[in-house]
Design a protein around this ligand. Structure first.
Ligand SMILES: NC(=O)c1ccc[n+]([C@@H]2O[C@H](COP(=O)([O-])OP(=O)(O)OC[C@H]3O[C@@H](n4cnc5c(N)ncnc54)[C@H](OP(=O)(O)O)[C@@H]3O)[C@@H](O)[C@H]2O)c1
Length: 230
């Protein structure tokens, strides 16, 4: 079997399990101390992946923010900030989005086969477009990332992407941050959708760490034998 990167899923959710609001507005689930922790986790990875809906809705930059962390990466022969990766079926992504427009790093778009040519026309100037299958197969994408040198992958959502990584048993570690409020609207995106997850009442995941970070709590789960406590 081809190798895949060590894969860490990271996400913030409300007490009732939502990733965001129902009105499309970006919801601040974390706090400054936790954002800084996430920045540190990013700095330790070779690539950061989000779904296309997150690129469209949140317009994230996905950069390592702290200069000292960027300097350290450069001193180790790495680019200042990890490779950015997204996945799309419809290829409706704006080449001017911050995902593409910011960061001195490689950008990869894994696109469904049917729209790969459209994606290359639209995004070829700002990213490398890879035909990922129909729809994009997350295992195949992980193996392709490994072949491109990615050894540690951070997946930052949203729910559709987390669901596929988890149900396909492609995750080694999960960082779940719980914010101290409710969203209370089922039109909002949940952390995960329906699916058959490898962890269930008969096969419980391993809770590796619980950390209070001001008003949020970080729950860290070990999801594979490859889990490394850092
Ligand atoms: N709280 C947090 O930590 C956090 C983190 C990230 C995001 N979010 C929130 O989550 C929301 C988005 O979550 P989401 O679940 O709706 O979307 P998502 O996971 O960000 O992206 C879903 C999109 O990715 C593409 N995609 C996913 N799997 C694919 C496959 N196998 N093949 C081809 N394309 C695939 C599709 O793009 P196309 O539609 O282009 O075909 C799909 O619509 C955002 O609004 C954001 O605010 C929260």
């Amino acid at each position: 079997m081809a190798e895949r990167p060590y894969t860490l899923l990271s996400c913030g959710m409300s007490i009732d399990g939502y990733l965001g609001s129902s009105n499309g507005k970006r919801l601040l689930l974390s706090n400054p101390a936790d954002f800084d922790r996430v920045d540190g986790v990013r700095a330790g990875c070779d690539a950061i992946l989000v779904g296309a809906a997150t690129v469209r809705n949140d317009n994230p930059r996905l950069l390592v923010r702290k200069q000292a962390r960027r300097d350290e990466r450069v001193a180790q022969g790495q680019p200042p900030t990890p490779i950015k990766v997204t996945v799309t079926g419809g290829a409706q992504l704006d080449p001017c989005a911050d995902f593409f427009a910011t960061g001195d790093c490689e950008k990869l778009v894994y696109c469904a086969s049917a729209t790969a040519d459209t994606a290359r026309d639209r995004l070829g100037g700002v990213a490398t477009v890879v035909d990922g299958g129909q729809p994009v197969d997350m295992a195949r994408m992980s193996e392709d990332l490994h072949a491109r040198g990615v050894r540690r992958l951070m997946v930052e959502g949203g729910g559709a992407v987390h669901t596929q990584f988890l149900t396909a048993d492609l995750a080694d570690e999960l960082h779940l941050v719980v914010a101290p409020f409710f969203v209370g609207d089922s039109r909002a995106q949940r952390f995960v959708g329906d699916g058959q997850f490898p962890w269930n009442p008969d096969r419980r995941a391993t809770l590796a760490e619980v950390r209070r970070i001001e008003d949020v709590v970080l729950l860290r789960y070990a999801l594979s034998d490859r889990f490394r406590h850092e």
